[in-house]
Design a binder for this molecule. Sequence first.
Ligand code: SOE
Length: 386
Amino acid sequence: MKKKLNIGVVGCGFMGRTHSNAFLQAPRFFDLPLEPVLARICSRNRERAEKFAANWGYQGIETDWRKLVESRDIDVIDIASPNDTHAEIAIAAAKAGKPVLCEKPLGRNAGESESIVKAAEEAGVPTMVWYNYRRVPAVTMAKQIVDEGKLGRIFHYRTVFLQDWTISADLPQGGDALWRLDVNVAGSGVTGDLLAHNIDTAMWLNGPIDEVVAMTETFIKTRKHNLTGKQEPVGIDDASAFLARFRNGSLATFEATRYARGHKALYTLEINGERASIAWDLHDLHRLEYFDHRDEGRLRGWRSIHVTDSDHPYMNHWWVPGLQIGYEHTFVHQAADFISALGENRKASPDFAEALNTDYVTSAVLESAKSRSWVKVKARTGTASA
Ligand code: SOE
């Protein structure tokens, strides 16, 4: 029998659901060295926690995350609660000697993330941040293609994350469902919430970013706050765009907004190299577009690879070739990778230190937007790891 891994999850919102599903599904589709158990779900709201526990099959609930962290029978702490809770819980979990998983972004700002990394490193506990889009099979395959050198020298990286759900001025800020609009809870707007994904994938695929120049805008300046009932200033960035220089000499454009009418979650990326280019679009997540200039001239063109075959990343764990998987599977892959790494004493990626590099870029972006000038990105580690 496999050794059990008792997981305590904090937060029963959208991310609590994706993580719970991931821990449930991972051992059914991957041969893992440890057996994850949904041991406890934690929420301040008892009724909510009980309902959530019943739905997902948790063995018990907790209403105070401190108790969860201190529980001897809990092996791993998984943080799926709003951004303003990440630092306190992650630091306490690390000090208790427990492996910690955390939703993105790691902290509300780079300073907060630094203190989380420090605590985790002092305690020497395994960590991981849920940058799930790396685990879309087509994106993982893009990484293989880049690492194999098929693109040659890379010139351009182009990426967007577009949404449209905050256009109405009547939408309030704050509270359970809308904490992403409250700067005190979220830390920033689309820079930390959406561009963090683009940046994580970009540095994973194309290496470190050295400098940025950015602009941000807050289109709706005040919103009613759900917790006070008052009209209050909006402190988050509604839209954020920046130019970047990668260490490898390539140039990049990044854009994210919640004001692109018609777009719900359009995450795209394109990389142009000397020999070949690749492109990917979350709305068609199984397709990796690939253009190779070395193909015979008459037949040269963009090919659309349906990344569903058994020799494609992760796909041999699922159905039969050609059948698709979706968004939730990216979390299943990440849970499986984490549990495998934990059981085999390896580092899972991105760990907290690697995710801090993303927060250094988002901090530089916000600083640049303020100062209206190029800002050098603080670098902690050399390159983003595999
Ligand atoms: C915001 O709407 C959001 O849910 C982000 O918080 C997630 O990280 C992103 O994957 C989808 O959009």
